[in-house]
Design a protein around this ligand. Structure first.
Ligand code: ZN
Length: 249
């Protein structure tokens, strides 16, 4: 875990990232890793605020297992609201399953590093079916009244109700899986889209990058890959160019 801006902490686990926002000794957790990341998430919280009772909210960019994997376990010890975009709630409740499955993986077995990635997922508990029945829809239209005051930015495509979060004053975008900067299946670093088979609607995900382009952002904290410094418009352009070069191969 490292502090990337005042009160903004970035942490990487088995194969995905989460972010902790600290304000006045209280925390917001944004995403929560794979099930196998539970000890690290709990340790991050302990190091920052001492006790899980100081966590005011868990925000979820989307309901995939690499982002909500530790939430059910954490909720058995923590009494904290879990919030996501209204369109993502059915997936979080486990009423619909909106994630790449074994069939998608088998169809893409020849992708670079696939064997290594499958091993990571197996070790991280990524085959578990994780749901959060207590999750509720977050209010849209402005900063949330939780530590760090993140502002939801609807960014559907990767999943139906994917939301990124903007820290307007800090100029930081928590982009989730709508825009990433690296992945165990990727051979390059820097702004890019996840492989298409992970997305519910890859074209919508690509088109949807427009919502980020004019945001006042100089630092992107993605769901996969390293923090990326620079104008978000440039990141969007780079992701589009990379995506076009992949599909033309
Ligand atoms: Zn992910």
């Amino acid at each position: 875990m490292r502090e990337v801006a005042d009160g903004v902490f970035f942490s990487s686990g088995c194969g995905s990232n989460w972010i902790l926002l600290r304000e006045d000794d209280e925390l917001t957790l944004v995403d929560a890793g794979y099930p196998g990341d539970a000890p690290q998430v709990a340790d991050d919280v302990r190091r920052l605020v001492g006790s899980p009772s100081k966590v005011r909210a868990v925000l979820v960019t989307h309901a995939h297992v690499d982002h909500i994997g530790t939430v059910p376990g954490l909720l058995s010890h923590w009494d904290v609201p879990v919030l996501a975009h209204p369109d993502e709630i059915p997936a979080l409740h486990g009423e619909v399953h909106d994630q790449a499955g074994a069939r998608d993986v088998l169809a893409n077995l020849s992708a670079p590093h696939m064997a290594r990635w499958i091993l990571t997922v197996l070790r991280a508990g990524g085959l578990s079916h994780v749901a959060v029945p207590s999750a509720s829809p977050l209010p849209l239209g402005g900063p949330l009244d939780v530590p760090g005051h993140p502002e939801p930015v609807a960014s559907p495509g990767h999943s139906l109700g994917h939301a990124a979060f903007l820290l307007r004053d800090a100029g930081i975008l928590l982009s989730g899986d709508a825009l990433i900067t690296g992945h165990r299946l990727s051979v390059v670093d820097g702004p890019q889209m996840l492989p298409e088979f992970f997305a519910r609607d890859p074209q919508a995900a690509l088109d949807g990058l427009d919502v980020f382009a004019d945001l006042p952002v100089g630092l992107i904290l993605p769901g996969h890959g390293n923090p990326w410094q620079g104008k978000v418009r440039e990141a969007v352009e780079r992701a589009r160019v990379r995506s076009a070069s992949q599909t033309s191969r």
